[in-house]
Design a protein around this ligand. Structure first.
Ligand code: MIG
Length: 650
């Protein structure tokens, strides 16, 4: 049962695709006021738990903290960070009463879930212009399926996107890229995707390639394809302002960029220097920008990642000017501006509220202030590509994922969870986010394995890969100037080869489970509580997940640990993929167990009376031999294998 309520004059975000009648009056859950913005409060019972909010900080159970939907370029996901790159305003309260809420509102929205008062949930935003959806169902999982039913089917990537991808910010020359591929192949570390970060471009200009390094880009792509590697270039939101650069000139001529209040094109400095932002909220501009991806698809490219689309801003000319004036005034007058204030003004140049307030989108002929629709930018940039791909590549799927997102974008692409760090806590954060992302429709998801910022360590990377084995997007990515992080940079390469090979053995299972989740509006990653709702112990587990319908995972996320405690809600079969290619299997009864897991082992648990397909390892998804399938798990169990050609659109 879904009820849709309208407050004020909502902005049409296109998050929901199914038409629903409007309900009259006020919802039966909580108390709502609209005099001073929108404010909904709900008194939680002691045992109530809150799930959801997609890409957000902290636990699977969101209770006890506060979160703000405000897509942010935030490379420091410390525990007190309230906003990350995505805005996913769907949650489920589960307990005495069980219901779901989706607040379709594209600007800042605060969820105070027992932070100010431990028993009160408050949802608040500045303007009471929104749609509120209240969902009732028998269980959280039921409610998720209902919600997914109204927001439309999740994006389906090509099957090769389930392979392993290697990335690093800093690969620049054609030789750099070739080396990464060669090293993987030489060391027999499986690999399907080679990510190309900003340095492949010419001067960071979207849809260009550095002509010195790639005089014949098409030939480079073919060479990679011969090696069964898919190069996946990055596309940034900002279009460089440069005479003679046709994307800039076309956009300018046709009025496709975001505007200042006076109608001039808004300028923001990002990697290329000053840029304009394509107005992807305007369908015409969106179609134009999306069409540009063809420059790369026509060279054979079949995957992209969209970055900097919060949109991130390093500074604007207006911001620098204000700083300069303040500095001049300070020099002239002395003490007028406290040094601290001037310092924070300089630090606040990036991603400033003032800048987001100062530009506009064209929507249905009207100018809409960016900050009122801020959370829709990344969504619509990725939608631009997704919609264009339906024309450019009507038969074949294209890999696409984004940094910033809003619910609705899940129909066009996946997401990676942005700039994490090489911290053990971020391995666990990665795990906790997965079910919440799935609740909001994002199925093709993954984090930068090994950590993006800071120097990784061998053991962290191995443990993180052992989680990444199960995430649809499995990519090792790291930042410029951090310790080199490719598997072959470390001693004992065979351990990395083994862990990544386990992924390839599991692809028939992971692909099947992904496809079933996408086609049936289901979750691929579930909290244990969704599967064992009556088990009070399972309800509180924050460091194990159900993956698909047959297995549970319990990754090790502590340095120097030689294993971990695992809670089994029922009897299960512990399977450890050992480094010599054999399996250790052991039936364990319901209850708590200490499970030893060496650094070079990958554990999983097959649920009672279930089994999963397992193939021989391959170095590439194209080489997976389905005739080598064996069944792992309980004998007599049945499994629904999903198979297709992995590339035709469905
Ligand atoms: O300001 O393109 O999240 O994955 O390597 C940094 C360089 C810009 C941020 C992305 C990251 C990428 C980096 N980008």
């Amino acid at each position: 049962m879904i009820r849709k309520y309208r407050f004020g004059t909502p902005f049409e975000t296109d998050a929901v695709v199914r038409e629903l009648p409007l309900s009259e009056g006020m919802p039966e859950v909580g108390t709502i006021t609209t005099e001073d913005g929108f404010c909904m409060t709900y008194t939680m019972a002691k045992q109530d738990m809150v799930y959801g909010l997609g890409e957000s900080n902290r636990g699977i159970n969101k209770r006890g903290y506060r979160y703000i939907s405000n897509c942010s370029d935030i490379p420091n996901h410390a525990e007190d960070i309230l906003s990350l790159y995505g805005a996913h305003n769907f949650l489920i309260l589960s307990g005495e009463k069980t219901f779901g809420l989706f607040i379709d509102y594209p600007s800042d929205l605060e969820f105070d879930i027992g932070f100010t008062r431990s028993d009160v949930m408050t949802i608040r935003c500045k303007r009471a212009d929104l749609y509120l959806y209240v969902l009732e169902g028998d269980s959280p999982l039921d409610i998720v399926r209902e919600f997914r039913g109204i927001i439309g089917r999740s994006y389906i990537p090509p099957r090769f996107a389930f392979g392993f991808g290697q990335s690093r910010w800093g690969y620049k020359t054609a030789e750099d890229f070739r080396t990464v591929v060669r090293k993987h192949r030489e060391n027999h570390i499986p690999m399907d995707m080679l990510y190309m970060d900003i340095d492949y471009m010419q001067g960071y200009k979207d849809f260009t390639v550095n002509p010195e390094e790639f005089p014949d880009f098409k030939a480079f792509v073919s060479e990679m394809k011969e090696a069964k590697i898919h190069p996946v270039p990055i596309i940034d939101a900002g279009v460089k302002i440069e005479d003679g650069y046709d994307v800039y000139e076309e956009g300018k001529r046709n009025g496709y960029f975001c505007k200042r209040e006076d109608g001039s094109d808004f300028e923001a400095a990002v990697w290329p220097g000053l840029t304009h932002f394509p107005d992807v909220l305007d369908p015409e501009a969106r179609a134009w920008f999306g069409g540009k991806y063809e420059r790369l698809t026509s060279a054979g490219i079949d995957g992209f990642w969209n970055d900097m689309n919060e949109p991130a801003i390093f500074y604007t000319p207006e911001g620098v000017e204000a700083l300069r004036e303040a500095y001049d005034r300070e020099l002239r007058t002395g003490r007028e501006i406290p040094p601290f204030a001037l310092g924070s003004m300089a630090a606040g140049l990036a991603n400033s509220r003032k800048d987001y307030d100062s530009f506009y989108h064209k929507v249905n002929g009207k100018m809409v202030r960016h900050s009122d629709v801020h959370n829709l930018y990344g969504y619509n940039m990725t939608r631009a590509a997704g919609e264009a791909f339906e024309k450019i590549s009507p038969d074949k799927r294209i890999l696409l994922f984004s940094r910033s997102s809003y619910i609705g974008m899940h129909r066009y692409g996946g997401i990676w969870t942005g700039d994490n760090k090489s911290w053990w806590s971020h391995l666990l954060l990665n795990l906790k986010m997965l079910p919440s992302l799935n609740m909001c429709g994002f199925l093709y998801v993954g984090a930068d394995l090994g950590g993006f910022g800071c120097d990784t360590t061998r053991d962290l990377l191995l443990r993180w890969l052992a989680l990444g084995v199960f995430t649809p997007l499995m990519r090792n990515h790291s930042a410029l100037d951090t310790r080199l992080q490719e598997a072959y940079q470390f001693e004992g390469i065979e351990d990395f080869r083994h862990v990544i090979s386990v992924r390839y053995r599991l692809i028939p299972y992971l692909y099947s489970e992904y496809m079933k989740a996408a086609l049936r509006d289901d979750m691929m990653f579930k909290p244990l509580a969704f599967v064992y709702p009556d088990d009070t112990m399972a309800r509180r587990v924050e460091d194990q997940l159900m993956v698909g319908n047959e297995i549970m995972i319990a990754p090790v996320y502590t340095q120097n640990a030689e294993g971990r405690y695992v809670y089994l809600p029922e009897e299960m079969l512990l399977v450890k993929f050992l480094p010599d290619g054999t399996l250790h299997t052991e039936q364990l009864p319901q209850g708590h167990h200490y499970v030893e897991v060496a650094l070079n082992e990958v554990p999983l648990f097959v649920r009672k009376k279930k089994c999963i397909p397992l193939v021989k390892a391959a170095e590439n998804t194209a080489d997976i031999d389905m005739s080598t399938i064996e069944w792992l798990g309980y004998s007599g169990a049945e499994y629904e294998l999903y198979e297709d050609d992995g590339i035709t659109r469905i």
